[in-house]
Design a protein around this ligand. Structure first.
Ligand code: CMC
Length: 427
């Protein structure tokens, strides 16, 4: 047992219990702080605040460690499949072969979307960003699946979870097809989760589509790398939306909206755009100088992380996967060389060393996704597709947490104090 934390305020002393997890920093339980002291805490960006307990994912940012239910991301990426990781995150343990088969079949059975949902797409402009479509269409799922929106019913929660994981690749592929003016493809449930998604994205009804096993494996691995990441902005958004009792489809739509931003999931798109803008290794110093310039808003996209102050373990796997995809597709994008050189220069630059800025998961993902054939506008959609598993698992964990309350932060008010209303004619 750790001694309680003491706080001295206005000459009085207060004690707060210290909670310990299985690993990671202890947490000071300040739930009674306001009742006892009349004061709030101030922590914009939640840099020192644990918003919940969670048994799903653990990150040690200093050591560059990422564990899902205790399993290292590197091992999962090398040896498991996305369906296995989905099961692990949702149920807490790795599945047996039979459990995995049953789970995969269950997910497969939910891959089709309501036929009327296809009509919904026509309301969007053809040039709409696919993330805009994702926010709208995923949000609309609660209008189609009324029988799985009762959050108090564990069976409905499970069905909604399966539906979201199963339908998100179908919706993502439809968003892509709509943007290129091609017909939607129905899912082919004889394929794997990832193979099915590739076919719905790149296949056409006029001819058979053969899934390239190396691309399928790489894509599956990319999904694993993005499956969950503790209490990041979009996951916290899902939890916050869910804390009010909103249905899971609405909560995941909120998560997608948050993920879209360039500081979060939108960074993979921004990172590739940045590499394209830099073009050749000779121009790297110019961009490094811009990233270091306090008066220039430019940042090296795909670099830096709130939690990792070491190499992001997902970036290590991602870098390796680039070579595998290039070999499988017999392509060689010179931007990969630019990326490697940029990494090398940045990692030897005092500014980046001192601030502990390392490549994150998004630095190399764009190069791979582009080689596979995805336009940059689809990159964040792929992140959303994979992260849906984590969001759903975190949402389920939150709903069953006895400590769960509606999320309602406080504030430090800096506006005017009360003043009399002045009628418009007298202003
Ligand atoms: N390039 C240049 N300088 C940077 C960068 C960067 N990419 N990232 C952080 N810094 C500097 C920043 O200017 C600040 O300097 P100072 O202390 O002198 O003011 C210092 O490093 C700390 O940055 P911060 O913004 O206070 O740190 P944060 O924890 O709030 O931000 C971050 C984390 C990921 C938003 C930020 O590193 C960033 O904007 N990176 C680029 C976008 C990116 O790649 N995002 C993907 C994150 S991984 C995928 C995901 O989880 O969504």
């Amino acid at each position: 047992m750790t001694d309680p934390a003491t706080l001295a305020l206005d000459g009085k002393g207060f004690e707060y219990p210290v909670m310990s997890g299985t690993i990671g920093p202890d947490v000071i339980d300040i739930r009674k702080l306001y009742a006892q002291t009349g004061d709030f805490t101030y922590d914009p960006g939640f840099t020192s605040t644990a918003s919940c307990r969670s048994a799903l994912t653990y990150i040690d940012g200093d050591e560059g460690v990422l564990l899902h239910r205790g399993y290292a991301i590197g091992e999962l990426a090398e040896q498991s499949s996305f369906m296995e990781v989905a099961y692990l995150l949702l149920r807490g343990e790795l599945p047996t072969a039979d459990e995995l088969k049953t789970f995969s079949t269950t997910i497969t059975r939910h891959t089709m979307v309501h036929e009327q949902l296809a009509a919904f797409f026509r309301g969007f402009r053809r040039d709409a960003h696919p993330m805009a479509i994702m926010c709208g269409v995923v949000g609309a799922l609660s209008a189609f699946y009324h029988d799985s929106t009762d959050i108090h019913d564990p069976v409905q929660r499970t069905i909604a979870s399966h539906r979201l994981i199963a339908k998100i690749p179908t919706i993502a592929a439809m968003a892509y097809k709509y943007s290129v003016g091609q017909p939607f493809l129905y899912p082919d449930n004889s394929l794997s989760y990832t193979g099915n998604f590739l076919r719905m994205t790149f296949g056409v009804p006029a001819e058979p589509y053969e899934v390239n096993p190396a691309v399928e494996k790489a894509m599956d691995r990319i999904f694993i790398l993005h499956a969950d990441h503790e209490q990041n902005a979009s996951t916290s958004t899902v939890r916050l939306a869910g804390s009010s009792g909103a249905n899971p489809f609405a909560c995941i739509a909120a998560g997608i909206a948050c993920l879209w931003g360039p500081a979060h999931g939108g960074a993979n798109e921004a990172a590739l755009n940045m590499l394209r803008e830099i073009g050749t290794p000779e121009r790297i110093p110019e961009y490094i100088a811009r990233a270091k310039d306090k008066n220039d808003p430019f940042r090296l996209m795909g670099f830096g992380h709130r939690v990792y102050k070491n190499y992001d373990p997902r970036a290590t796997v991602m870098q390796k996967t680039v070579r595998e995809v290039f070999d499988a597709l017999k392509v060689n994008d010179p931007l990969f060389e630019t990326a490697l050189r940029l990494e090398e220069i940045a990692l030897n630059d005092e500014y980046f060393v001192e601030k502990k800025l390392f490549p994150n998961v998004d630095f190399y993902s764009g190069v791979i996704l582009s080689a596979i054939g995805f336009p940059t506008s689809m990159f964040t959609v792929l992140f959303a597709l994979a992260r849906t598993v984590g969001w759903v698992a975190q949402w389920n964990e939150m709903i069953t947490d006895p400590d769960q309350k509606i999320g309602r932060p406080r504030q430090l008010y800096t506006g005017p104090t009360q003043r009399p209303y002045v009628p418009v004619g007298q202003r």
